[in-house]
Design a protein around this ligand. Structure first.
Ligand SMILES: Cc1cc2nc3c(=O)[nH]c(=O)nc-3n(C[C@H](O)[C@H](O)[C@H](O)COP(=O)(O)O)c2cc1C
Length: 367
């Protein structure tokens, strides 16, 4: 136990001394304009700059990585210019922000990809439906990547990391969670390959580790993190032995001297779906020597507790930061919290992006 450490204690994260341990978790809000971050997005992130660290919404590394409409990218110069406005606004308020790099893999549809088939480690469809320009449609069976195509995808992640540097971010986080491409390679329910990217634990972790090495080659390990969700069941994700799969991957990440691993606990939907590892943190913590950000359903009280236990060094909050731009101040004053409104989580195209986005009140406006 380390009772002196709580959410308000400063912490060293790579080269940065963060003023507190409250991280804003990455949250897709689908308010970009033609994949380009907007001034409204800059204002949204700047409102939340009192977080110890902000992690941006997931951001496309290539046109084929698009799983949603109005999601931002980081592969064109106009996207980089859009993100510059965001990083400048956050830095102007004294905050720090990492970009979350993302490829949706099989969680996509030809209607989002100029009629191309989604790509994945294996031709196994994800479960569920997606919003597309032609309405809500079931997920399509993807095409299995040829082994000769994989270096190109890794190169796209590297380019995303280089562009994030150019856009003024403080670091990058790889989205290795939630059933998207990196997770699809890791878990054997979605990866049935028989080449060096499939079957054995080492082979299934290879894509994750090669992408991470590419990001570290641009940023240095101490400004790179990765988010993993061993118990997440979205889109039909499944592994026959998640303890072994994620244990292998987490142990292997030690060698990269990263800024952090961002580890997600199961949510209610996961727990209702089937038996999953719960809780996640105590099982995997002993395998990792570095900084751990824990996520999933934390409150102020449970956040303080997990830090005092020494199992994690930072706690990320998703929905609470979405609804409370001044969350650290509210925690400090034991003030009431705004309720998140799920109806406005995701943008409505260009019509009213600011509703449910910029209009959650600050403490002084709340009475
Ligand atoms: C609206 C919304 C969008 C999200 N988008 C992302 C995302 O882009 N990338 C990601 O890794 N997680 C995403 N998440 C998951 C959050 O980062 C976090 O893991 C989850 O909300 C659990 O934390 P919480 O209980 O504190 O909200 C999203 C969650 C919400 C509510």
């Amino acid at each position: 136990m380390n009772a002196a450490v709580d959410l308000f204690a400063p912490v060293q994260l790579g080269p940065y001394t963060l003023p507190n341990r409250m991280v804003m978790a990455p949250m897709t809000r689908l308010r970009a304009n033609n994949d380009i971050p907007t001034p409204t997005m800059a204002e949204y992130y700047a409102q939340r700059a009192s977080a110890g660290l902000i992690i941006s919404e997931c951001t496309m590394v290539s046109p084929l990585s698009r799983g949603y409409l109005n999601c931002p990218g980081i592969y064109t110069s106009r996207q980089v210019e859009g993100w510059k406005r965001v990083t400048e606004a956050v830095h102007g308020k004294g905050g720090k922000i990492f970009l979350q790099l993302w490829h949706c893999g099989r969680v996509a549809h030809p209607a989002l990809l100029d009629e191309a088939l989604p790509i994945a480690p294996s031709a196994i469809a994800a479960q569920g439906q997606l919003h597309t320009p032609i309405g809500k449609v079931p997920l399509e069976t993807p095409r299995a990547l040829k082994i000769t195509e994989i270096p190109t995808i890794i190169q796209q992640f590297r380019r995303g990391a280089e562009n994030a540097l150019a856009a003024g971010f403080d670091g990058v986080e790889l989205h290795g969670a939630f059933g998207y491409l990196v997770d699809q390679f890791l878990q054997d329910g979605s990866n049935q390959r028989t080449d060096e990217y499939g079957s054995s634990l080492a082979n299934r972790a290879r894509f994750l580790l090669e992408v991470m090495a590419a990001l570290c080659s641009v940023w240095g390990g101490d400004r790179v993190g990765v988010k993993l969700s061993p118990s997440n069941t979205y889109y039909g994700m499944f592994d026959s032995d998640p303890k072994a799969t994620f244990g292998y991957a987490i142990s292997a990440l030690n060698a990269l001297n990263l800024a952090y691993i961002h580890l997600m606990e199961p949510n209610e939907a996961d727990l209702a779906q089937r038996e999953v590892i719960n809780p996640v943190l105590p099982l995997f913590r002993p395998l990792y020597d570095g900084t751990m950000i824990t996520n999933g359903g934390y409150t102020e009280e449970s956040g303080h507790e997990v830090l005092a236990s020494g199992q994690a060094q930072l706690v990320s909050f998703g929905k609470l930061f979405l609804a409370n731009p001044d969350l650290p101040q509210r925690f400090a004053h034991t003030a009431p919290l705004n309720e998140p409104n799920p109806k406005t989580f995701y943008g409505e195209g260009d019509r009213h992006p600011e509703i449910g986005y910029l209009d959650y009140p600050f403490l002084e406006q709340a009475s």
